[in-house]
Design a protein around this ligand. Structure first.
Ligand code: SAM
Length: 292
C-alpha cells in the first residue's frame, strides 16, 4: 500500500464548493485525495504537485484512471504560482496540502526516514543537495542543537548534539539506525515513543525546509484563490499547525479569509483505528471572501 489518505471525506467537504472547478492538490503522494475528489465530482479538475520521483511515477501508473482531468507537476509547492503561470493558470477554486511524508517514503528503508534504515538521507526530493548525513556529520554542536530544539522541540537537544560530536571522532555516521542509537544513549524512551523521534522529525523538517515551503504556499494562496475559493491544510505536528493558524488569523483580520474550522478538525476514533497515522492529523480550512 503506497499511502492511506487522511480524512478524505472531511477534506472534500471543506475544499470543494464548486464541483466543476479547478483545484490544486499540492501533495499528490499516492494520489489518494486526488482520486477521491475526481471520483466524487465528475467534472472537477486537478493540478497535482509532488516533488518526489516516486509520487511522479505513481501518477504515471494511475494516469489512465484520471483521463484528462489531472495535470501533474513535479515541483516544490512553494513554486505554485510560477508553476501554474507556466500552464496559463492564474486562479483556482481550491488548494489542498496534506503536508509531511507519505507512508511509502517512511517505509522505503533506502530513503533514510525510518529508525531502522542503514542510510541517512531524508530528502523527499532527491534533486536537492542537502542530506541528513551531511548535517549530522558536518554541522557544529550548536547548530545541531538548534535544529533539534527548533524543529523537533527536543529538550535534550544539547546533550544529543554532544553525543553526536563525540561519536563523530570514531568516523562518519552513515546510517539512521546509528543516529537512533546515539539519541537512545542520551534519552530514555517515553512509553512506546522512540527516544530519537524528535531528532528524526527535526532533521526531516530541516532537510526539506518544510516550514519555509509551507510559509511560501500560505503567502501565495490568497492571490491564487478565486472569490469563494477554499484552502485546506492537513498537518501533523504543532509547528506546522501554529503557522497555519496564525496565517488564517492574519488573513481573517485583513478581511481576506473566513475561517471555516473554528475548531481544528481531527480524525474519528474509527479512522484512527483503521489508519493509526491519522492520530495526529489536523485539518484547518478557510474561504477567500474578498477579491480585492
Ligand atoms: C502525506 S503525503 C500526501 C498523501 C496524499 N494526500 C495521498 O492521499 O496519497 C505528502 C506528499 O507531499 C509531498 N511533499 C511534501 N512537501 C512537498 C513540497 N514542498 N512540494 C511538493 N511536494 C511535497 C511528499 O513528497 C509526499 O509525497
Amino acid at each position: 500500500m503506497y499511502h492511506v489518505s487522511v480524512m478524505p471525506l472531511e477534506t472534500s467537504r471543506y475544499l470543494v464548493n464548486n464541483p466543476e472547478g479547478l483545484y490544486v492538490d499540492c501533495t499528490f503522494g499516492g494520489g489518494g485525495h486526488t482520486s477521491y475528489l475526481l471520483n466524487k465530482f465528475e467534472k472537477l479538475k486537478i493540478v497535482a504537485f509532488d516533488w518526489d520521483e516516486d509520487a511522479s511515477n505513481r501518477f504515471i501508473s494511475q494516469k489512465e484512471d484520471f483521463a484528462d482531468r489531472v495535470v501533474f507537476i513535479r515541483d516544490n509547492f512553494k513554486n505554485i504560482k510560477n508553476a501554474l503561470a507556466k500552464i496559463n493558470i492564474s486562479k483556482v477554486d481550491g488548494i489542498l496540502a496534506d503536508i509531511g511524508v507519505s507512508s511509502k517514503q517512511v517505509g522505503d528503508l533506502d530513503r533514510g526516514f525510518s529508525f531502522n534504515s542503514d542510510v541517512l538521507d531524508m530528502r523527499m526530493d532527491k534533486r536537492n543537495a542537502l542530506t541528513a548525513k551531511e548535517i549530522v556529520n558536518s554541522y557544529s554542536r550548536d547548530d545541531l542543537a538548534d535544529i533539534f530544539y527548533k524543529y523537533g522541540e527536543e529538550y535534550k537537544s544539547r546533550q544529543i548534539a554532544d553525543a553526536i560530536i563525540l561519536r563523530r571522532k570514531r568516523g562518519i555516521i552513515s546510517a539512521a539506525l546509528e543516529l537512533r542509537d546515539i539519541a537512545g544513549s542520551v534519552k530514555r524512551s517515553e512509553g512506546k515513543i522512540n527516544p530519537a523521534t524528535k531528532v528524526f522529525q527535526a532533521l526531516r523538517v530541516f532537510v526539506n525546509d518544510e516550514l519555509g515551503n509551507l510559509e511560501a504556499l500560505l503567502s501565495n494562496a490568497p492571490e491564487l484563490l478565486n472569490q469563494d475559493g477554499r484552502i485546506v491544510l492537513i498537518s501533523f505536528h504543532s509547528l506546522e499547525d501554529r503557522i497555519i493558524k496564525q496565517d488564517f488569523k492574519k488573513n481573517a483580520a485583513a478581511g481576506i479569509y473566513k475561517i471555516l474550522t473554528k475548531k481544528v478538525v481531527t480524525a474519528s476514533q474509527e479512522e484512527i483505528h483503521l489508519n493509526p497515522r491519522s492520530r495526529s492529523s489536523k485539518i484547518r480550512a478557510a474561504e477567500k471572501i474578498n477579491n480585492a
